[in-house]
Write a protein that binds this ligand. Structure first.
Ligand SMILES: N[C@@H](CCC(=O)N[C@@H](CS)C(=O)NCC(=O)O)C(=O)O
Length: 247
């Protein structure tokens, strides 16, 4: 270590929280930098130089000679760098990759779409809303089955695949589902969230982002929200009331 903290650019969202959890788990010194996605700060030339996709998280790590985007890649980098939460044995390691990719390729995108289409006025687009609700429910069910047979997602040990997935499963209630219908998933959520590092991560995210987030959400105009959610004039209006001014 060279005495300079890493900087994580982010907001209070699952893809950012998973990285904060890992930073706390490995006790790597870091600062959090808020990016106002409501104001479009992710599209400034300065931010696009860090991540051409214009999305958080981005980690600027003094121990790495380039900025790193994509939360799965960041978790892998931190796991390799610290030698923690990614088993060495090839079979166990491959299983972590499997469940990390499961989160990155399925849980994140489908839960994101499910949340997005739940903002449509009720009944206006039954196909889109129904499709992503069903996709999300199928994924919650796979996670519950997996966790009924394994203490942790990749098997017997807590790894970066648990850190990647847990913040996304906090959407279960917001997706209109009942925790008791997913008992193994619910017990695992509790196991993860009571880890001291995860509790510290929550505090850090709250302290660094919550007030900024609330203010920028409240200040966001309908046009700002349309830009954030990629809605054009040709598309049906979205009901932003569920996210405006509150969590
Ligand atoms: N695959 C990316 C997804 C990142 C992502 O979707 N970030 C969201 C916040 S969770 C974002 O930056 N949204 C702003 C935008 O899309 O303009 C990752 O896992 O890092």
């Amino acid at each position: 270590m060279n005495g300079i903290n890493a900087t994580l650019y982010g907001v209070d969202s699952p893809n950012v929280v998973k990285v904060v959890i890992m930073l706390e788990e490995i006790a790597k010194p870091y600062d959090l930098r808020f990016v106002s996605v409501f104001k479009g700060e992710q599209f400034t030339p300065e931010f696009l130089a860090l991540n051409p996709l214009g999305k958080v998280p981005v980690l600027v790590d003094p121990e790495l000679d380039r900025p790193l985007a994509e939360s799965g890649a960041i978790l892998l980098w931190l796991a390799e760098q610290s030698g923690r939460f990614l088993p060495r044995a090839s079979g166990a390691r491959a299983e972590v990759y499997q469940w990390l990719m499961f989160q990155m390729a399925n849980v994140g995108p489908m839960f994101g779409q499910c949340s997005h289409f739940r903002m449509l006025p009720k009944g206006s687009q039954p196909y889109a809303a129904g499709r992503y609700q069903a996709q999300a429910e199928a994924l919650y069910r796979i996670l519950d089955d997996r966790l009924a047979a394994n203490e942790w997602l990749a098997g017997g040990v807590y790894t970066i695949s648990d850190m990647a997935t847990k913040p996304w499963t906090d959407y279960l209630e917001r997706h209109g589902l009942e925790p008791l219908d997913y008992p193994a998933l619910t017990a695992w959520r509790q196991r993860v969230s009571t880890r001291p590092a995860v509790m510290r991560a929550k505090q850090r995210v709250f302290k660094a982002f919550d007030e900024h987030s609330r203010r920028s959400r409240e200040a966001a105009s309908a046009a700002d929200l349309d830009r954030l959610f990629g809605r054009t004039a040709a598309m049906p209006e979205l009901d932003y009331s569920s996210i405006m001014g509150k969590k």
